[in-house]
Write a protein that binds this ligand. Sequence first.
Ligand code: IPE
Ligand code: IPE
Ligand code: MG
Length: 253
Amino acid sequence: MTTVAGYSDAQLQELGLDPAKLPQHIAVIMDGNGRWARSRGLPRIEGHRRGVKSVRKIVEECARLGVGYLTLYCFSSENWKRPQHELNLLMSLLKQYVIEERSEIMRQNLSFRTIGRKEGLGEEVLAEVQKTIDYSRDNTGMCLCLALNYGSRGELVDAVQTIAQKVQEGTLNPNEIDEATIADHLYTRGMPDPDLIVRTSGEMRVSNFLLWQLSYAELWVTDKHWPEFRQEELHQALRDYASRDRRFGGLKG
Ligand code: IPE
Ligand code: IPE
Ligand code: MG
């Protein structure tokens, strides 16, 4: 199996990146596909299609940089409010991506997973997603996590329900519930919290994304729309990230 060669430390330095200061987990709110298309007189779906190209570029670049986890917000639980024709197109694009990307995911040795609720996604999409998860199960490279039909409040509701059931069954003592218990019942179980969250298209909000997990993530927002977000913008985000002083409530280190 061919895998993607990573950058050497010297190459990273040439890009202005410090290998010791790269985030382990990057989460991205890929916003602005519609605005990108509108500004060019194109239908919204063209923005989504072009957005898939950015996904490919950014996934490969993150893997090459040696990032451990990349979580991409693809479809929120609130996005069902959109017109049916846009939903149909988004779902078919998602299915197409998961099928077409399977060989790339294997080539790049990525482990693929998703977060979010299955309900509503459609059997065909779910079957293709599952196939890709199964194929990539033994891969040891970067974890590519797609947030599909994801909402953070819904995730917390699901976690509380499971925890409450365990308490009711007598398998969990309420006094022993701590932060780790909650983290273990979120869809992101087993993943480290994001260190860096990137949002494209300028909005200064988190739109129900990873509310628990983002507690100490560094925020980075760009006015660029997702379809025009490429390696250069990613490197810029990483350079800014490296210059931040993360204190976690303590004092300057
Ligand atoms: C992000 O782009 C993709 C999804 C939310 C599915 P948008 O479709 O939200 O684009 P804008 O925000 O309308 O420009
Ligand atoms: C956030 O974008 C969700 C995704 C990128 C999938 P939205 O376009 O749905 O966010 P709002 O509606 O502007 O908050
Ligand atoms: Mg949007």
